[in-house]
Design a protein around this ligand. Structure first.
Ligand code: FAD
Ligand code: FES
Length: 271
């Protein structure tokens, strides 16, 4: 894995995905090599406020000509993300990356691989789906959001799952598209229907991840959760992102994670 660096980047494009989420593409001259689940700490603007960079997962990384394009999907929730949405193409920024670990995509001994995303948890799951599809490894993908207008990148998800004969299951809390109800319900129904699931890889809001943690614990499923603990430094120094493990120890999520096997995590994620 390539060591982290502070990469000079320029904004290539900013494009709305939903009412609140947008795609930000950055170009870097230096190579960016990352695996699904890794993230970067991005400077939000030219001013000193906000001082701290913000953490964003990679939705994809690709080489274009002599440069590298980093794709991120960002939900506008506060000052930093609002500034990022307003950046114009060509604006300069910097990205500390790649950071953290990634999902375990290889080594499935039996059953199917299930990718699960909730809302703005989609970026690392989409990245994983497109890597798996390119490698010809089968998987099913379940994507849930509050309502139809918050589901996005459906064509890319459909193409990736179709490439390997997998299922794309869409869910909305209000039933406006796909199955009605939470995305973990779709997974439970597949399990109840007899589908053998060998591993679950997931990213989404805390309640979704905790529900998956409970499900995985109850059924003895191999599952990995990508946590989004608020981060200040991203490199294990400030200890602002600590996560409690099953043995009671506290570890920085930015270095030991953000992806953790459910069996390593403390009670908060399993009950
Ligand atoms: C490893 C990692 C990967 C992430 N990947 C993505 C991604 O791909 N796309 C994306 O949109 N966001 C992602 N996030 C969350 C993102 O970092 C925050 O939304 C962002 O820092 C908010 O910055 P802000 O200045 O706009 O908001 P602030 O003004 O800092 O906060 C606004 C509101 O958002 C809440 N908030 C801040 N950080 C988080 C967080 N980590 N989780 C939940 N609520 C938070 C605050 O409590 C507050 O209520 C990720 C976080 C981590 C740790
Ligand atoms: S964000 Fe500083 S230790 Fe993880």
């Amino acid at each position: 894995m390539i060591a982290r660096r502070d990469l000079a980047a320029r904004v290539a494009s900013v494009e709305d995905l939903t009412r609140t989420c947008f795609r930000l593409e950055l170009t870097c001259r230096e190579p960016v090599v990352a695996v699904p689940g890794q993230f970067g700490m991005l400077r939000c603007g030219a001013e000193l406020d906000p001082l701290l960079r913000r953490a964003f997962s990679f939705a994809g990384v690709r080489q274009v000509g002599e440069g590298w394009v980093v794709e991120m999907h960002i939900k506008e929730v506060g000052k930093g993300t609002t500034l990022l949405r307003r950046l114009a193409p060509g604006a300069r920024t910097s990205l500390l990356a790649p950071l953290g670990n990634g999902f375990t995509l290889a080594g499935l001994s039996g059953g199917r691989l299930a990718l699960v995303a909730g809302g703005i948890g989609l970026p690392p799951v989409l990245f994983a789906a497109e890597v798996l599809a390119a490698e010809g490894r089968p998987f099913d993908l379940f994507f849930g959001a509050a309502r139809a207008s918050e589901l996005y990148e459906i064509d890319r998800l459909a193409a990736a799952t179709a490439a390997v004969g997998g299922e794309l299951g869409l869910c909305t809390d209000d039933g406006s598209r796909g199955e009605a109800g939470v995305v973990t319900g779709a997974l439970e129904r597949r399990l109840a229907g007899g589908r053998e699931i060998g591993r679950v890889l997931a990213c989404g809001p805390d309640p979704m991840l905790r529900a998956l943690g409970r499900l995985a614990t109850a059924r003895g499923l191999d599952a990995e959760l990508s946590l989004e603990e608020p981060m200040a430094c991203g490199v294990g120094v400030c200890l602002g992102c600590v996560v409690e493990l099953e043995d009671g120890s506290l570890v920085p999520s930015c270095k030991e994670g953000p992806v953790f096997p459910v069996r390593r995590l403390g009670e908060r994620w399993r009950s």
